[in-house]
Design a protein around this ligand. Structure first.
Ligand code: NAD
Ligand code: UGA
Length: 459
């Protein structure tokens, strides 16, 4: 079959895989290829055991793989054949040299630009899908034009706003698609080409266009605003705990103001995920680079409150359990950074577990999808850890439960049965406020929610 266009994505990760699978699903007229330097990842994309868990992803991949969606390690061929190249490689926080711990590490991105330059023989549209510092497109252009092989490249910015756990829904019904370009005739033409791809399923009014720099910066700012809401509500949880106010009631009262809105106001043990922290630190770094110290300090506060919230959770556990956790068995309900994903990158559970181990607690970790990653995250941690998927089995003989991920299964457990199998006194620390606290208290648990008065039988 003749395809209208060849679309390539470099980087078969959490963004590249699902996003390009959706494009292939919605646009049978295009041939979509996703390439990666990691052969194991590509092998898994070509198997029944996909490398990431995302509700609805298996069905979409099964429907289009081999039809117009292909996963491959042949980057050179992919580049040669492509009309449009999405770049969706990882851009983690730099761990070395200038900007270590703050700036984005652009080595993977730069390698990709070099590969494109090396193999491209015909004009290409390059789409920045990764989250990048503002002005990266300029560097990309200079890199691509650094040889004189006369191939024309047009660089677009098209940041991704999907959230893990809801990626397929977010891709199918996005709030908006953002496309930034140079405002030159060839830039506007390339922008229109990308608009036409999304217009296959996204209503036109949801496809927003802008200049390149606004697009790149908007992605960092959107993540900073989202994380700021969580740090804002979390900062108030400590005040609630001091004053007997209830954070759920406060969030409802505040969120019903239509100017504020009620989404993303769930108090928690802290936000995790591969992007919020890294993108805010990147924003902070850029502000400092431009000498905007006050602005940098303002946004850095969002990360500081998040660190404070995680530490506070551990200290609350320690205080509640008579100031010693040594030798106590604590069951962790949920290790993923949020529900409906197996991803544990920057999960608050990593921090909490390491701190509990420092206090010499013994951990039994339970999670429906994230145990494989949890094992890796804690492989160097000192102390006694076991991994048990079944929550009833995991909790037997434990002194306390810490709920760190808001998986639905934890709401539906038989807590009478659980209470019966635990050591007494029993404690529950609900880091997500998802359980029926009054009901648990009546069963006999000492209950410590986030930002609400504890319910305890201890005098
Ligand atoms: P990821 O680590 O899951 O995937 C990146 C992939 O790129 C890896 O498989 C890696 O092997 C591959 N890669 C690196 N260098 C390569 C090269 N030179 N050639 C071919 N492949 C290469 O990362 P991710 O979570 O998909 O994130 C990718 C980008 O998207 C990041 O900039 C991130 O900030 C952004 N983003 C992520 C999310 C999310 O939910 N994870 C959402 C929106 C935006
Ligand atoms: C986030 C953004 O929501 C996406 O728009 C963005 O594309 C993505 O980052 C990215 O750039 O990587 P994600 O991290 O996958 O998506 O998940 P979120 O739903 O935003 O949750 C992030 C963290 O905040 C989780 O740990 C979650 O449990 C926590 N959270 C979220 C709260 O503690 N309270 C809330 O009210 C909402």
């Amino acid at each position: 079959m003749e395809f209208e266009k060849n679309i390539l994505c470099i980087g078969a990760g959490y963004v590249g895989g699902p996003t390009l699978a959706m494009i292939a699903y919605k646009c049978p007229q295009y041939k979509v290829t996703v390439v990666d330097i990691n052969p194991e990842r590509i092998a898994r994309w070509n198997s029944d055991n996909l490398p990431i868990y995302e509700p609805g992803l298996d069905e979409i991949v099964k429907a289009v793989r081999g039809r117009n969606l292909f996963f491959s390690t042949d980057i050179e061929r992919g580049i040669r054949e492509a009309d449009i190249i999405f770049v969706s490689v990882n851009t983690p926080t730099k761990t070395f040299g200038a900007g270590a711990g703050m700036a984005a590490d652009l080595q993977y991105w730069e390698k990709t630009a070099r590969q494109i330059r090396q193999y491209a023989e015909s004009p290409k549209i390059i789409v920045e899908k990764s989250t990048l510092p503002v002005k990266t497109a300029h560097a990309m252009e200079r890199m691509l034009q650094a040889t004189n092989n006369h191939v024309h490249f047009e660089v677009l910015s098209n940041p991704e706003f999907l959230a893990e756990g809801t990626a397929i829904r977010d891709l199918e019904y996005p709030d908006r698609v953002l496309i930034g370009s140079r405002e030159t005739p060839s830039g506007l033409k390339a922008r229109q080409e990308l608009v036409e791809i999304y217009a296959n399923w996204v209503p036109r009014e949801r496809i927003i266009t802008s200049n390149l720099w606004s697009s790149e910066l908007s992605k960092l700012v959107a993540n900073a605003f989202l994380a700021q809401r969580i740090s804002s509500i979390n900062s108030i949880t400590s005040l609630c705990e001091k004053t007997d106010a209830d954070i759920t009631e406060v969030a409802r009262a505040v969120g019903t103001d239509s100017r504020i809105g009620d989404k993303f106001l769930n108090a928690s043990v802290g936000f995790g995920g591969s992007c919020f922290k890294k993108d805010i630190l990147n924003l902070v770094y850029i502000c400092r680079y431009y000498g905007l110290e006050e602005v940098a300090d303002y946004w850095e506060g969002v990360v500081k409150i998040n660190d404070y919230q995680k530490e506070r959770f551990v200290l609350n556990m320690l205080t509640a359990m008579f100031n010693t956790l040594a030798g106590k068995r604590i069951c962790i309900f949920g290790f993923a950074f949020k529900a409906n994903t197996g991803d544990t990158r920057e999960s608050p559970a990593i921090f909490v577990c390491k701190r509990l181990l420092e206090e010499r607690a013994e951990l039994v970790i339970s999670d429906p999808k994230a145990l494989e990653n949890a094992r890796e995250d804690l492989q160097e941690a000192q102390g006694k850890i076991s991994y048990v998927e079944d929550p009833y089995e995991a909790v037997a003989g434990c002194d306390a439960i810490a709920v760190l991920t808001e998986w639905d299964i934890y709401r539906q457990l038989d807590f009478k049965k659980i209470y019966g199998s635990m050591d007494k006194p029993c404690f529950i620390f609900d880091g997500r406020n998802i359980l029926d606290h009054r009901g648990l208290f009546e069963i006999g648990f000492n209950v410590f929610p986030i930002g609400k008065p504890p319910l305890t039988h201890l005098k």
